[in-house]
Write a new protein. Structure first.
Lengths: 463, 194
């Protein structure tokens, strides 16, 4: 029997297996940031050991950094200490750090691909659940905890149980106004925030292969929001084209040699998945979430339902209470207070371009505070060069500096209590964007048009 | 890692589904660079209001429900991979989390810190939640060696699954990192052959 893409990459990285236990999985690339690494370095220092393969780890500061005045010392003491600790640890252990001010700094899952660090067939881990993003390149990428960060730093390996495999296939043409964020929010609304737990998901079908690399990253990024360990998409011409001439991609003849190898990274015709789910692309419409987990999503013109798959009545009710919403109510035309365009899900140049295209020459509504946080210094640079930052500024958006920002509200960028935010990020959990904040997850397009109108808007009607 | 010992305790019932790690420990409390002290902010925004006053009817604020076993709704620990979630639960004093379904990364993080996750059937979980409404002081036993979770009134007795490898680690306080450090030669050999 043939192998799935996931199994091919996995099997190639198994160093050994423990009888009746996990496999020892070799890790090709390890990304670290300031929040989930300090305790891991402490562990190494306590054992008096050095990082085993420092050239295979890359660091950046993203979760805890301010998005204004990055050239100044970080004001908040604890945040500053965490970023300084990362700098110190990287120096002591010879790890490449793209810290604040560096031209490569940015959200860890934005810079990995754009620098060509992420490549097909690799195993990639990071102490961050959205590491699944890198699966868009045909790599096995998943989030780990800090103890595991310590394991990778000290041995370049992890003990892992092989997850089950799932295929999500989406055939057909996407309708107008539908973007990759809508696809993934649609999938999660159908299978719930726990429907992928225990699985590694491969996305396939014409609706997936038609997407750009940026859009594929958005899909794989949110795999974790259905509980899946990760998502993977077979590399193709678009993947190779994207990686061409990237800073750390193979160069010259080596690049073509690599492509020849990468071409084999696809599921065999006779391979079997543990689970297969199929969707029709034409059924997908612009999506928005109304609840406090990413599975609680609806088509933007639908009314809020009275139940959701894998949510008990009690949990469902608690969720709507927190959101200040009722079953039967429409989200469309609901007044909003904030718009956040950013995060590892939707802060790439493509996202900024589509949003800028909508707001060009217009003004955001008076009742809205709107932020655009580019995913990296490189995205920021292109946005400035292309005049996008000017478009955002003139429309009344605040175009800030790179970081995770209001996606998780670790820095100053917080949505105030009980305020509504249309957000291009990945989680609508209680308090995720600040204590008491209320999040509507949506695509950059929906976020942009909603910012102009001051209420939740449908790009197909309100533009 | 501390060895996992057989324990007898009341339960702390948290009958909420999809408890994500942002609820367990909000991001703004992740700024420390050591592992200690996270228990103070466990379920911070459910325990305290905006003015840092205790919210009386939250389960952790009811003295009668102090225990070593957290009983939680399905899909516990979803969301962010922050190990601080497992640290905060352990630091607060829990040694076991019982639910009908756990998120993958949380499960790994818990086991790496000596926090046992016990998965039981949904209908049994529901029955225990119901029973605790009337009998909040009912005590339960967690026996990792025999892989049993059972109540002292003899009504509930559930077997739970755990991989042999993880069980050995928990019972003996072994850590994965030591295992990996001990097979470094194999890892180097793998690198050379690749």
């Amino acid at each position: 029997m043939g192998k799935t893409l996931f199994e091919k990459v996995w099997d190639e990285h198994v160093v050994d297996s423990i009888d009746k236990g996990p496999s020892i999985l070799y890790i090709d690339k390890h990304l670290i940031h300031e929040v989930t690494s300090p305790q891991a370095f402490n562990g190494l220092n306590n054992r008096k050991i050095k990082v085993f393969r420092p050239e295979k780890t890359v660091a950046t500061a993203d979760h805890n950094v301010p998005t204004l005045n990055q050239h100044l010392p970080i004001k908040e003491e604890l945040s500053r200490n965490q970023v300084d600790t990362l700098t110190k640890n990287c120096k002591e252990h010879n790890i490449n750090l793209y810290g604040l001010g560096h031209k490569y700094q940015g959200i860890v899952h934005v810079i990995g691909p754009e620098l060509g660090i992420t490549q097909p067939g690799m195993t990639i881990v990071c102490g961050d659940s959205h590491t699944s993003t890198h699966g868009a390149f045909g790599s096995i990428a998943f989030g780990i905890g800090t103890s595991e960060v310590e394991m990778v730093l000290s041995t370049q390996c992890l003990l892992q149980y092989k997850p089950k495999t799932m295929l999500i296939e989406i055939e057909g043409d996407l309708r107008e106004g539908v973007y990759s964020k809508d696809i993934i929010l649609y999938i999660i609304s159908k299978i719930s925030a726990s429907g992928g737990t225990g699985y590694f998901v491969e996305y396939a079908g014409s609706a997936i292969t038609s997407l750009s690399m940026e859009s594929r990253m958005t899909i794989c990024n949110m795999s974790i929001e259905m509980g899946a360990r990760g998502g993977i998409i077979a590399p193709d011409k678009k993947t190779f084209e994207y990686l061409k001439n990237k800073e750390f991609s193979p160069k010259g003849n080596d690049f073509y040699k690599a492509i020849n190898k990468w071409k084999n990274l696809k599921t065999d015709v006779d391979a079997k998945y543990d689970k297969v789910i199929k969707f029709n692309a034409e059924e997908i419409e612009p999506m928005i979430t109304y609840g406090t987990n990413p599975g609680m999503g609806i088509k933007i013109n639908e009314t809020i339902p009275s139940s959701a798959i894998n949510n008990s009545d009690e949990s469902f009710k608690k969720s709507l209470e927190y959101m200040g919403l009722n079953s039967g109510e429409k989200l469309l035309n609901k007044k909003i207070d904030y718009v956040f365009i950013g995060s590892c899900t939707n802060s790439r140049i493509e996202d900024l371009r589509v949003a800028a295209n909508i707001i060009k020459g217009k003004k955001i509504a008076d009742n809205v505070n709107a932020w655009v946080i580019p995913g990296s210094k490189s995205v920021e640079k292109i946005a400035i060069k292309e005049g996008l930052s000017k478009i955002f500024d003139e429309a009344g958006f605040e175009f800030r500096q790179p970081g995770c920002s209001a996606c998780l509200a670790m820095n100053e960028d917080k949505i105030p209590t009980s305020k509504y935010c249309v957000s291009t990020s990945n989680r609508n959990f209680e308090g995720r964007q600040g204590p008491g904040s209320r999040t509507f997850l949506a695509s950059p397009v929906t976020a942009a048009i909603s910012a102009l109108n001051g209420y939740v808007s449908d790009i197909r009607k309100d533009n | 890692m501390e060895k996992f010992k057989k324990l007898n305790s009341k339960l702390t019932p948290l009958n909420i589904e999809n408890v994500d790690t942002d609820q367990i420990i909000p991001a703004r409390f992740l700024k420390a660079v050591t592992r200690e002290g996270f228990g103070d902010n466990l379920f911070r925004d459910w325990r305290y209001d905006n003015h840092d006053n205790l919210i009386d009817d939250f389960i952790l604020n009811k003295i009668d429900f102090n225990s070593q076993i957290l009983l939680a709704g399905r899909n516990f620990g979803c969301g962010s991979s922050r190990e601080h979630a497992a640290w905060s639960i352990y630091d607060y004093g829990f040694r076991v989390v019982v639910s009908s379904f756990f998120a993958d990364i949380f499960k790994n993080n818990a086991l790496n810190n000596g926090l046992l996750v016990v998965q039981i059937r949904q209908n049994i979980l529901d029955e225990i939640f119901n029973k605790l409404i009337k009998y909040p002081s009912l005590t339960f036993n967690v026996d990792l060696n025999d892989q049993k979770f059972y109540s002292d009134d003899g009504v509930f007795e559930e077997n739970f699954e755990i991989n042999e490898y993880n069980k050995t680690c928990l019972l003996n306080g072994f850590e994965n990192i030591d295992y990996l450090l001990n097979i470094k030669e194999k890892i180097v050999k793998y690198e050379e052959e690749k």
